[in-house]
Design a protein around this ligand. Structure first.
Ligand SMILES: Cc1cc2nc3c(=O)[nH]c(=O)nc-3n(C[C@H](O)[C@H](O)[C@H](O)COP(=O)(O)OP(=O)(O)OC[C@H]3O[C@@H](n4cnc5c(N)ncnc54)[C@H](O)[C@@H]3O)c2cc1C
Length: 248
């Protein structure tokens, strides 16, 4: 599989303990919104290699219409994460070509799209929403975005400002007790009554896109299975290797 060298342009925090890494997009690097890559970093002086090595799967957080490649990650203690957090502008990493099927069907499929995103699982959803905005999509799009606190929610403001008439954001905060005036602001976990509240009679007719830690993904899948939503309407992108935040 052909690999590509990416050069870091910028790194900045986009939520508590969460960093966005912006890379130059190589000429001819074509991907679909929602896809991911295998990302490789080089061994670095002073960082002892661990058993998990130097490569991870990472979703592309930018949209195909955007000029750069974005990747966002929660901070961690692994060799891979510590190496990433030490990268300086101008340093390089290696990625494979994009892969994965967490992509929207053609616009002719008019079923409402429901994203169930947990934490850093927002990365492929950001890509899909920014591309939909660019294409002035007429789809019904609704995102249930689950975090512990609002400050954990990467890209929150940007997503709140997505300029699409038929896009709705439901902010779901599991640990926050603060009052915040965000419109669709929910507390606790994503659950069946919450989906019913926002999806109403459409609930069985939607296409569901689940993304987050394996624990989050299984919990969301169970809700949909219990509801009787057919497998064909459930798309999963479990971030294998990602620990659920509540298990910290
Ligand atoms: C398709 C896909 C897309 C993804 N996209 C993103 C993304 O956009 N952003 C993102 O942050 N992550 C993403 N991930 C997850 C990512 O690949 C990493 O697994 C995750 O970020 C954790 O990396 P880490 O280096 O911090 O921890 P890791 O070293 O990968 O460890 C993860 C967990 O496993 C435990 N662990 C590690 N090694 C062992 C072991 N030998 N035995 C038992 N337990 C062990 C650790 O304690 C930790 O809890 C994606 C994963 C997939 C599959």
């Amino acid at each position: 599989m052909a690999n590509y060298i990416l050069t870091l342009k910028e790194a900045r925090d986009v939520a508590v303990g969460t960093r966005l890494f912006v890379f130059d997009k190589p000429e001819g690097y074509v991907f679909k919104a929602g896809q991911y890559v295998a990302m490789m970093v080089s061994k670095r002086e002073g960082i002892e290699p661990d058993a998990r090595g130097f490569a991870r799967s990472l979703s592309i957080a930018s949209a195909p219409c955007e000029p750069e490649l974005y990747f966002a990650m929660r901070q961690g203690e692994s060799t891979f994460k510590r190496t990433f957090w030490q990268l300086a502008v101008g340093d390089t990493v290696t990625v494979t070509k994009p892969v994965g099927f967490f992509v929207l069907p053609p616009e002719e499929d008019t079923r409402p799209i429901v994203f169930l995103a947990g934490g850093i699982g927002i990365t492929p959803v950001r890509s899909i929403l920014k591309q939909a905005e660019y294409e002035k999509s007429n789809r019904d799009l609704i995102l249930f975005y689950s975090n512990r606190f609002l400050e954990d929610a990467a890209f929150d403001e940007e997503i709140r400002n997505i300029a699409l008439e038929k896009f709705r954001l439901v902010t779901v905060l599991s640990k926050s007790k603060d009052a915040c005036d965000l419109g669709n602001d929910e507390r606790g976990y994503i659950c069946e009554p919450l989906l019913k509240k926002y999806l109403g009679n459409n609930i069985m007719n939607c296409l569901y896109y689940i993304v987050g830690s394996p624990q989050f993904s299984s919990a969301m899948e169970k809700i949909l299975i219990d509801l009787g939503v057919p497998k064909e309407q459930r798309h999963m992108d479990p971030f294998t290797g990602l620990r659920a935040v509540d298990q910290k």
